[in-house]
Write a protein that binds this ligand. Structure first.
Ligand SMILES: [Ca+2]
Length: 221
């Protein structure tokens, strides 16, 4: 009996796939960024050589209707330029009233860590919230930044931040970019402050290179 039910279940699922086709949200996109253009350093006058650790070369982004994944290839990951305490790598996009940022920071003081934030376009507040199971990894061997964001986790973080605009499979996101630059850890925390990025850690992230998704600039989750 159990076996019969199992077979029937598979048959019904197969019929459903035939009727509906694959998920409409599944898709992928790749784009290139110029080589040698990571030159926007904080407080350093030109001429400024491009920093290989911040030089995005190309980006591949995909959604299977469950997870949003990004692989960004860099010229040469692994080193921290002498003027900074660390490197910051960010994946950014806009949806509804929110600007969403998943950051990976590689810092000589604080080590390597990730942070997620949702900026509310209505209030202007940048909310540091957990994005459960969102990951960002620096793969030095392949010179690739790897981000994975479950779509349900993004929406859960959005709700926690109180930002309008439900995010689900089929939602079109825009303002997509991979950003890299210096990280400056000033080595102290503001007493009692826990609701900002890094829990009150006083720091500054710069943008040396950015690789925005080319026009028309929208991507369907
Ligand atoms: Ca570049």
């Amino acid at each position: 009996m159990r076996r019969f039910l199992t077979v029937s279940g598979v048959a019904l699922l197969a019929i459903a796939v035939l009727l509906n086709g694959p998920p409409a949200s599944a898709g992928s996109v790749t784009w290139d960024d110029p080589e040698g253009d990571a030159i926007e350093f904080l407080g350093e006058a030109p001429p400024r050589p491009s920093e290989p650790a911040y030089d995005v070369l190309n980006v591949a982004m995909a959604s299977d209707g469950k997870d949003l994944t990004i692989a960004a290839k860099f010229k040469q990951l692994g080193s921290i330029p002498p003027q900074a305490t660390g490197n910051t790598y960010r994946f950014v996009f806009v949806s509804g009233d929110g600007t969403f940022t998943l950051s990976v920071i590689q810092d000589t003081i604080a080590g390597e860590f990730s942070a997620f934030a949702v900026r509310d376009a209505v209030t202007g507040v940048n909310n540091a919230v957990d994005c459960i199971k969102c990951t960002g990894k620096i793969n030095v061997e392949s010179n690739t930044l790897e981000f994975t964001l479950p779509i349900s986790s993004i929406d859960s973080a959005r709700r926690t931040a109180g930002v309008a605009g439900k995010i689900e499979p089929g939602t079109a996101i825009e303002g997509v970019s991979v950003v890299a630059g210096e990280y400056y850890n000033f080595g102290y925390r503001v007493p009692g402050v826990t609701d900002t990025l890094g829990g009150g850690l006083v720091s500054l992230s710069n943008t040396a290179d950015s690789a925005p998704l080319p026009a028309p600039g929208t991507f369907t989750l």
